[in-house]
Design a protein around this ligand. Structure first.
Ligand code: NAD
Length: 423
């Protein structure tokens, strides 16, 4: 175990990240001298977010913004609203952003933020007050050249609009580039909402081709039917794959003939979850991990694929739409069983890639068409997954370690060339 551990309970995300760093270190040659820079965040801010509730009472929420590494450019990473958010988790998510932006060779570092809150329990006015107060509390460390937030679990374009407006009000002028994933009429980019799911599909179809798995007729199970999971599901279905099982926080559904995704989307919009969907059978949540499928897409939260679940998974391909869904010991078991894992740091990088496009468009005040966005996204994602695949073949290592080799070489070379202030 590496030298810093912030684990305070159930969430092993930071520990998982440190284990991944320990695995890549032997491949880094002379750059390994700088590896400790990646084992700690550059800056961690914890903020108190008090708001007046609709009933007049005052409630306090805990918020975070962690900038893990800024060697290659401004921090980049989403903001999560979820009842389980804690520093350990935000640190790991920020570190995975450092790796992800470097794998895609985007000119950013890694950052992440979050508030420990169940957004479903707040009214729209309360959510707006929470977002604006949280933004004002972190406003001195974010900015288009410093750190650029984006949506994550529990946040959306609407919330990004409030962040942009609050930051702009404090600055005294409109600053569209402070946040990405905004509504399109506020300087958002076409294609951003669907970009992460699209990237999962693009990297997944490249990986499927390499292992001779035909998408037409392939059976797919998806955990999470939010932004990432639902878009990936629709794209797989459009390639004639059959989505047979979907799990979210309200339950797990299964239909061997394939789930009608349009109907499922309507149901989720009405009932806030897949539970109770009439077009499939409800199955035990744990049974999701042993359904007979070719591809599993975890697209919900981290820490989902445990050693026990890795032993019963039947799929040939795991596409990590979520960040950190697989524990290191579970990944070892999957690899031992010949199951290919396309790691989060490349698989779900479509979102940050189009966020980069959005930031570039905001800076230039010149906007691209959706076709241009998708064409550029596909090109970068195909390049990245192929680079990772080739690096894995050359080094006889997993795709995750290969992605970390590419990323760490870029980050640590930047670190080395910048030198250590004050010298
Ligand atoms: P979202 O809030 O839109 O959807 C989250 C989904 O996860 C929902 O369907 C929810 O029901 C499900 N879920 C929550 N708790 C669950 C549980 N305990 N068991 C099963 N399902 C559960 O979030 P999203 O934006 O789709 O993000 C999903 C994952 O993808 C996260 O790990 C996030 O960090 C990652 N990710 C998102 C983006 C992005 O652009 N949105 C980019 C990269 C990575």
């Amino acid at each position: 175990m590496s030298d810093l551990s912030y684990t305070n309970g159930h969430n092993r995300a930071w520990e998982t990240y440190l284990a991944q760093i320990d695995r890549v270190t032997p491949y880094l040659g002379h750059l390994a001298e700088y590896i400790d820079t990646l084992k700690r965040p550059k800056r961690s801010l914890i903020v108190d977010v008090p708001i007046v509730m609709d009933d007049g009472s005052i409630q306090h929420f805990e918020g975070y913004r962690v900038q893990h590494n800024l060697s290659r450019g401004p921090g980049k990473g989403g903001i999560r609203y979820h009842p389980d958010v804690e520093l350990n988790e935000v640190m790991a998510l920020s570190a995975w952003m450092t790796i992800k932006t470097a794998v895609l060779n985007l000119p950013f570092g890694g950052a992440k933020g979050g508030v420990r809150v169940d957004p479903r329990k707040l009214s729209s006015r309360e959510l707006e007050r929470l977002t604006r107060r949280y933004t004002s509390e972190i406003s001195h460390i974010i900015g288009p050249q410093k750190d650029i937030p984006a949506p994550d679990v529990g946040t959306n374009p609407h919330i990004m609009g409030w962040i942009m407006d609050t930051y702009s009000t404090v600055q005294g002028h409109t600053v569209t580039g402070v946040v990405t994933g905004k509504p399109v009429h506020l300087g958002g980019s076409l294609g951003r909402v669907k970009a992460t799911g699209r990237g999962v599909f693009i990297t997944g179809s490249q990986a499927a081709e390499k292992i001779n798995l035909k998408l037409a007729g392939a059976k797919v199970a998806i955990q999470g039917f939010g932004n990432v999971g639902s878009e990936a599901a629709f794209l797989f279905a459009a390639s004639e794959s059959i989505v047979v099982s979907v799990q979210d926080h309200t339950g797990t559904i299964y239909n061997a003939q394939g789930i009608d995704l349009m109907r499922l989307r309507d149901h989720v919009n009405q009932h806030q979850g897949v539970g109770g969907f009439a077009g499939a059978s409800a199955i035990e949540d744990e049974a999701f991990w042993s359904v007979n499928v070719d591809i599993i897409v975890p697209a919900a939260l981290e820490g989902q694929i445990t050693l026990e679940r890795a032993e019963k998974i039947k799929a040939k391909l795991i596409l990590e739409g979520a960040n950190g869904p697989t524990y290191p010991e579970a990944e070892d078991k999957l690899i031992e069983r010949g199951i290919v894992v396309v790691p989060d740091v490349v698989c779900n990088a479509g979102g940050v890639t189009v966020s980069y496009f959005e930031w570039v468009q905001d800076m230039a005040s010149y906007f691209w068409t959706e076709d241009e966005i998708n064409e550029r996204l596909d090109k970068l994602m195909i390049q990245a997954i192929n680079d990772v695949w080739n690096t894995a073949s050359q080094n006889k290592c997993t795709l995750r370690t290969a992605a970390y080799i590419l990323a760490c070489e870029r980050i640590l070379t930047a670190r080395k060339e910048r030198g250590i202030f004050p010298g």
